[in-house]
Design a protein around this ligand. Structure first.
Ligand code: PHE
Ligand code: CO
Length: 295
């Protein structure tokens, strides 16, 4: 019971990736072991400490409103009424990473899929696929923010549309998700802060993204981001900085159909590269960057 149901393992050029059953599942809360709760508690306490003064206030405050604590893995059934009341979003349990189309359908209907299982103690510092800690601790708090909540739904709708246009259009949108929802930074009066879920669920990257001189930090630019390659196997080489969630949502309001057509004729940009036209907040030293090509 306590192992996710993998329907098959897909062989790709980058190795074997798990593909999970795509249905929605009840969170098997009673089946979590004391080790599971302990892993949650340890990660929760550690990240709350790291994120004070690093994550944006909206993120930290929403975790409090949702009453997430280190004591035990939260119950989706207790988070849902709070979330529904705030922005109309709802969490659904899933076995793991979903096929793109299924994932976008959930977003378009204001359902956020959360992996029900949590990593093992030996994976506390690193896990290569999203688990409950990443999905719940990382993604769910900002769904309490009305503007971000609307952005996520619009993204889901936009991705379903892009899916029907071309593979390239969808890749453009995947990059946008990566550099905002997963790895976004935001400018505040107190300085740069984190809002990306991929960062807040990682201790190392939470510190690195703000304090290391190695990566670039560049002002948000929609079409620039949609051309930017990214790496899934290392900390990011470039972070994009928004001024507000309104800026992010406003930039994505136009119909992208013509943007996709325009981008189809432009080369992609390597993850580490800085363009003359970039609004550079910090030009990275690239110290310690891998020398191989981006994924
Ligand atoms: N406005 C975009 C379109 O027409 C959809 C979108 C919204 C994409 C929000 C990303 C984020 O395709
Ligand atoms: Co994620």
């Amino acid at each position: 019971m306590n192992t996710p149901r993998r329907v098959e393992h897909q062989q790709t050029d980058r190795g074997t990736i798990p593909v999970y059953a795509t249905g929605v599942v009840e969170q098997p809360w009673d089946d979590y072991s004391s080790v599971d709760h302990h892993v949650w508690g340890e990660l929760f306490a550690r990240q709350r400490e790291v994120l004070a003064g690093r994550a944006c206030q909206e993120f930290l405050d929403s975790q409090n409103v949702l009453q997430m604590t280190a004591d035990a893995i939260p119950k989706f059934s207790e988070l849902n009424p709070i979330l529904r009341e705030a922005t109309g979003w709802e969490l659904v349990g899933v076995e793991g990473l979903l096929p793109e189309y299924t994932f976008f359908e959930h977003l378009a209907n204001r359902r956020f899929p959360v992996t029900w299982w949590i990593r093992k103690p030996e994976q506390i510092d690193y896990i290569s696929e999203p688990d409950l800690f990443h999905d719940l601790f990382g993604h769910v708090p900002l769904l309490m923010n009305p503007v971000f909540a609307d952005y996520m739904e619009a993204y889901g709708r936009g991705a379903l549309k892009a899916h029907g246009i071309s593979e390239e259009a969808l890749l453009n949108l995947t990059r946008l998700y990566w550099y905002t929802v997963e790895f976004g930074l935001i400018r505040t009066d107190a300085g740069l802060r984190i809002y990306g879920a991929g960062i807040v669920s990682s201790k190392g990257e939470s510190i690195y993204c703000l304090e290391s001189d190695a990566p670039n930090r560049i002002g948000f630019d929609l079409e620039r981001i949609m051309r930017a390659q990214y790496r899934i196997d290392t900390y990011q080489q470039t972070y994009f900085v928004i001024d507000s969630f309104e800026q992010l949502f406003d930039a994505t309001r136009p119909d992208f159909t013509r943007i996709y057509a325009r981008l189809a004729n432009q080369p992609s940009i390597r993850a580490r590269d800085v363009l003359d036209s970039d609004d550079v907040i910090h030009r990275g030293t690239r110290e310690g960057f891998a020398t191989d090509e981006d994924a």
